[in-house]
Design a protein around this ligand. Structure first.
Ligand code: NAP
Length: 334
């Protein structure tokens, strides 16, 4: 059986996912695409052998679409996911699920009313093989009780349109989801301190920032986010447990030994670092839908991550330790 997927949004990540679905994922094909940038959508449709639709609503309703991948800008996600649920079609929505906790709750309410899970959120780090080794070390008890984590999230650069709040809602949201998944705990408070700004971003961006997350069981996590570090894409973590630690370094892509020095490269960007994770994310999504199971990051995970990210935005603005309040988790997500 081949799953017919419609892709909404053919920008950076939409075209990357569409090409992969069309050529590297077994059991899937791209049958429809939509983007307001119609020429871009037409070019992608031609490349992957799909129909370019005139609107995203038409794509969701189309009979040749069995499942939808949403890669449009975040503020559009909630409405598009709700339309997929109304049509009874499974959907893989890039992060964020929605930009506000309230909109995430509308998605949760619709999915609960539908009676089974249709929505997966694109937290692809859960599919990364190195993160999975970290997760297994914790779950197997190899470091005792996890107590602390230190995390680093650095990008070489971001466009001028990137704001200080987006460091939380676009970047740290990945660490927020990863920590919830690794520790199996909700995040209950956020504190954010902006450093002296890098000269590359001074005047327009508070960068770098340090984020402190406290978990429901008392564990504590610090995250450094630095979105204009200049030298590459650098994502690392160390989980400190009661009897050991487990850490995930930045995988080096090459190393050069010369003149008494060892010079290693770091990934240029998220595509290089997480390419295999995106592959495994999409393949497991397609396999799960074909087998009738849905166990990837859920609407609940999208909701919790969005609420924590927005709490961190408030924490930076107010300069205060900010409590995170979540509604009770519906049974569909336990
Ligand atoms: P992007 O390059 O701006 O692509 C978004 C595309 O959607 C653009 O072509 C945009 O057209 C189009 N669009 C605008 N309005 C639309 C509408 N009503 N319906 C359908 N498409 C519409 O953004 P991106 O970097 O690909 O990011 C897209 C989403 O993926 C974001 O939520 C982002 O956070 C997420 N993302 C996730 C990861 C990850 O690691 N999981 C990585 C990258 C991005 P215009 O350019 O004409 O506005």
């Amino acid at each position: 059986m081949t799953l017919a997927v419609g892709v909404i949004g053919t920008g950076n990540i939409g075209v990357y996912h569409a090409r992969r679905l069309a050529s590297q994922i077994s059991g899937a094909q791209v049958t429809a695409v939509f983007d307001v940038a119609t020429e871009r959508a037409a070019a992608v449709a031609k490349e992957v052998g799909a129909v370019a639709h005139r609107s995203w609503t038409e794509l969701v309703e189309a009979t040749e679409v069995e499942a939808v991948l949403i890669a449009s800008p975040g503020p559009l996600h909630a409405e598009q996911v709700l339309a997929c649920i109304a049509a009874g079609k499974p959907v893989l929505c890039e992060k964020p699920l929605a930009t506000t906790g309230e909109d995430c709750l509308k998605v949760i309410a619709a999915e609960v009313a539908f009676g089974r899970r249709l929505v997966q959120v694109g937290f692809m780090r859960r599919y990364d093989r190195a993160y999975r080794v970290v997760k297994a070390a914790i779950d197997d008890g190899n470091i005792g009780q996890p107590l602390l984590a230190h995390m680093v999230h650095r990008n070489a650069s971001v466009p001028d349109s990137f704001t200080s709040d987006m460091s939380m809602t676009d970047s740290v949201i990945h660490e927020i989801d990863t920590i919830r998944w690794l520790f199996g705990q909700e995040i209950v408070t956020t504190t954010v301190v902006a450093s002296k700004p890098s000269p590359q971003t001074a005047g327009r961006l508070r960068d770098p920032q340090l984020v402190l997350l406290e978990l429901a069981d008392g564990a504590v996590v610090d995250v450094e986010v630095f979105v204009n570090c200049q030298y590459g894409y650098d994502v690392r973590c160390e989980i400190v447990g009661s009897t050991g630690t487990v850490s995930m370094d930045n995988p080096s892509t090459t190393s050069l030994l010369r003149n008494g020095q060892r010079i290693e490269t770091v990934p240029a960007d998220w595509r290089v670092r997480f390419d295999t994770a995106y592959q495994d994310e999409l393949q497991e999504w397609v396999n799960g839908l074909t087998a009738g199971t849905a166990d990837g990051p859920s609407s609940w995970d999208g909701y919790a991550a969005a609420v924590v990210a927005n709490s961190a935005v408030s924490a930076l603005a107010d300069g205060a330790r900010t409590e995170v309040t979540l509604v009770d988790r519906p049974g569909l997500y336990t």
